[in-house]
Structure formats: structure tokens, C-alpha cells
Design a protein around this ligand. Structure first.
Ligand code: NZQ
Ligand code: ZN
Length: 382
């Protein structure tokens, strides 16, 4: 096991009718900037519950943080927050609203352009405003981690940066009942692949992390049909919501090496083609597994055996079977998992490869995913 530091300060408030708890969680003397997406919170009762909870607080609202939050929108929110002297941010929505709000919380206390913060990547030591969140889409783990991913549509770029965790996050699974099926599918996929990025690396580093990860993978496979069947299944959505949080809040990565190459390639696909984040990962991961089958081989075999019960004498054939099984799971979510089925072609691959070359990128647990390997991965899934 590698050395590690673990600290996760986010208070989770989980369950039915918990939005009301914000009235006592947020101090009365704060000037709150509440941030929203495009309006889904008006259709599922979240907005009304929030207004009731904060009726004795001072707040102003900022609407319109879009999926894959754009830097220009965030600049607008920061201007408003500065003008209104806001000193507390409350993000209400999916990962995009929470991520955008992490940048708002940093940007209100920064004099320059917020894109500088994104490019700096590490903002963990800087002063930021306190942030709370109400999560309505299980997927990113942003409600309990310090990461945020911001897009710059003008430059067709999308980068992650790291700041502070939310102080408190409220997760009421019944808020997810209005989610479109495609968003549920992408959320399930994102959760699954967050685990894979921290699990499918080096063998024998931590049996505890391995089994913890495998249990999340199995749980996602088990509840996916219930989460997608259109019925308002509170228990299934609770399990999904907690799984998504646990998949990317540091609890599965203690003392183990991490990959994240699939995510780095996936972010480029979103930047170029606009595809939903979780969907991009289902396209890339089978390619990553196949192209890196030498270095990841033993872990792929462990994953196949423990998660799917696949065992075989021929290593290469068994790995193929495990990748097929993984692809079939992604397809069962209703996702088309080839790049060419989703608007991508050889020029997309060339552009991503070029960007990686210009950045001198080396991703993955062994830093082996450079421009050439990324191209190979994408050609495999074209
Ligand atoms: O804008 P509204 O109207 O709220 O609609 C949203 C949006 O259109 C809708 N939605 C959310 N909750 C809903 C709902 N619709 C009906 N009922 C509800 N309860 O769903 C759409 C997508 O929302 P979005 O927030 O974009 O989805 P997600 O949570 O998947 O976030 C994706 C973003 O997070 C980043 C991604 O790259 C992407 O930019 N990620 C953030 C990470 C992190 N902070 O750690 C890690 C991830 O790997 C990921 O990269
Ligand atoms: Zn992700």
C-alpha cells in the first residue's frame, strides 16, 4: 500500500425531506448566492423546498449554469456575487452546477480572470468562499470532493481544477425522479468508471480498496435496471446516489495508484463533440482496457473474476470476454458506445492526439498514455 493522506470534511445530509435542514446549516448572517442550472429544480419541488428552508435568510439567485459549465457563464455569476457582496455559495443541481459553483466560490475572492484558476489546477491552498450543495443528479461525486471541471467553449477546451470540498451537501434521492433516462444512464456509467479509474491499475496494493471498489461496481450493475425502469424507486435511487458519492470522495483511493486516462480522453470528446460526460467514458474505457491489457492484465482478470464471475485459461481470450461483458453492461444502459455512432471520426482522433502531443501529456497509473497510445485507444473504439 502506498502512503496517503485522507481528509474529507463534507457533511452529508441524506434522505427524504432533508432540504429543510439548510435553514439551520447555513448561518443567518450570510449573504448567499444560490446557483442553479436550466430549471429542472422547478419541476421536482426542489426550488419550492429551498425557498421555504431559506425564507429567513438573505439570498440572491443565479440561473443558467449549463451542462459542462462554461467559463463565460461562471464569469457572469462571479460578477453578480462580487456586486452583491455574497459570502456564501449554495449550488443546487447536478455536477455541472456544483463544479461551476466551486469556481464561483474561488473567483469571487480573486481579482483576475477565473480561467486562470482553472489553468492553475491546484487552488486547494487558496482562500475560497464556503460552499454548500443540494445534489439532484448522482454521477460526479462533486458533492463530496474538491474537484471541478470547467469548459471553455470559445477555445473548445475542458479542464479540471481542485479547490475546497463543499462544507455540507444535501442528498434527497426523491429529487432524482424527474431525471431523463439518458442522464441516469450517464450517471450510472460515470459512477462505474470513477471506480474503474481508481481500481483497474496495479494489483495487490490494498485488498480493502479492491473489495470496496468491487462492491460499488456490483451494486451499480445490480440496481441499474431498477434505476432506469421509469418507476419512482426510492430505494434503488438511494443506493445509486450513495454509490455515486462513494465512488469519488476518496474512500476507494487510499493507498492505491490511479489511472484517469479514460477521463482525460473523455473530456476531449465532450470538448469537441459535446457528448455527455458519462457517455464519453463508456466509449473510451473498452479501448483503454484493450490497449493497456499488458500493464493492466492481472487487475482486469481480478475484476472479471470477482465482478462477473469470468475465469479462463487463456489470458488474452479471457480479457476479451471481460471487455465484452463490460461493453454489454454499458449497452444495457441504452448507450451507443462506438465513437463513430456518436458523431466522431478520424479527425476527432487526430485532434485529440495532437492536443495530447502539444501538452506533452502522459496519463495513466504508469504515465504510459501519451499522444500515440491515446490515438490507439480511440482507433480501437472508432
Ligand atoms: O440544468 P438543469 O435544468 O438542472 O438540468 C440538468 C442538466 O441538463 C439535468 N438535471 C439535473 N438534475 C435533474 C435534471 N433533470 C431533471 N431532474 C433532475 N433531478 O441534467 C442535465 C445534466 O446535468 P449535469 O450537472 O451536467 O450532469 P452531471 O452531474 O453528470 O455533471 C457533469 C459535469 O461534471 C463533470 C463533467 O465533466 C461535466 O462537466 N465532472 C465532475 C467531476 C467532479 N467534480 O469531481 C468528476 C467527473 O468525472 C466529471 O468530469
Ligand atoms: Zn467522471
Amino acid at each position: 500500500m502506498n502512503n496517503f493522506i485522507f481528509q474529507n470534511p463534507t457533511k452529508l445530509i441524506f434522505g427524504k425531506d432533508t432540504i429543510s435542514s439548510l435553514s439551520s446549516e447555513i448561518p443567518y448572517d450570510k449573504r448567499i448566492l444560490i446557483t442553479f442550472g436550466g430549471g429542472s429544480v422547478r419541476s421536482n419541488g426542489v426550488y419550492d423546498q429551498l425557498k421555504e428552508a431559506l425564507k429567513n435568510h438573505h439570498y440572491i439567485e443565479f440561473w443558467g449554469i449549463e451542462a459542462n459549465p462554461d467559463i463565460s457563464t461562471i464569469r457572469g455569476a462571479i460578477e453578480l456575487g462580487k456586486r452583491e457582496k455574497c459570502d456564501y455559495i449554495l449550488a443546487v443541481g447536478g455536477g455541472s452546477v456544483i463544479d461551476g459553483s466551486k469556481l464561483i466560490a474561488a473567483g469571487i475572492l480573486y481579482d483576475g480572470d477565473p480561467w486562470d484558476i482553472v489553468l492553475k489546477r491546484d487552488w486547494t491552498k487558496e482562500k475560497v468562499l464556503p460552499l454548500a450543495s443540494v445534489l439532484t443528479l448522482p454521477a460526479t461525486g462533486s458533492e463530496m470532493n474538491s474537484g471541478a471541471v470547467i469548459s471553455n467553449r470559445e477555445k473548445r477546451e475542458k479542464f479540471a481544477f481542485y479547490s475546497k470540498h463543499p462544507i455540507v451537501s444535501v442528498l434527497d434521492p426523491s429529487t432524482t425522479f424527474t431525471l431523463p433516462k439518458h442522464q441516469i444512464a450517464c450517471g450510472l456509467a460515470d459512477t462505474y468508471i470513477h471506480v474503474m479509474e481508481q481500481y483497474l491499475t496495479t494489483i495487490n496494493q490494498s485488498p480493502l480498496m479492491d473489495r470496496w471498489s468491487e462492491s460499488i461496481l456490483q451494486t451499480i450493475i445490480e440496481i441499474a435496471p431498477k434505476a432506469l425502469n421509469g418507476k419512482e424507486d426510492y430505494d434503488a435511487m438511494s443506493t445509486f446516489m450513495l454509490s455515486a458519492t462513494m465512488a469519488l470522495n476518496g474512500f476507494t483511493s487510499m493507498g492505491v495508484t490511479q489511472d484517469w486516462a479514460t477521463h482525460m480522453i473523455g473530456h476531449e470528446i465532450t470538448a469537441l463533440l459535446g457528448l455527455t460526460h458519462g457517455h464519453t467514458l463508456t466509449i473510451v474505457l473498452p479501448g483503454t482496457m484493450w490497449v493497456l491489457r499488458e500493464e493492466k492484465g492481472e487487475k482486469i482478470l481480478q475484476y472479471g473474476k470477482r465482478v462477473f464471475g469470468i475465469d479462463g485459461d487463456n489470458k488474452e481470450e479471457t480479457i476479451k470476454e471481460i471487455i465484452e461483458k463490460t461493453k454489454n453492461f454499458f449497452k444495457s444502459l441504452g448507450l451507443k458506445i462506438k465513437l463513430s455512432e456518436n458523431g466522431g471520426d478520424i479527425s476527432t482522433i487526430e485532434e485529440i492526439s495532437k492536443r495530447f502531443r502539444e501538452r506533452n501529456a502522459r496519463y495513466g497509473e504508469n504515465r504510459s498514455v501519451n499522444s500515440e497510445i491515446a490515438k490507439e485507444i480511440l482507433l480501437h473504439v472508432l
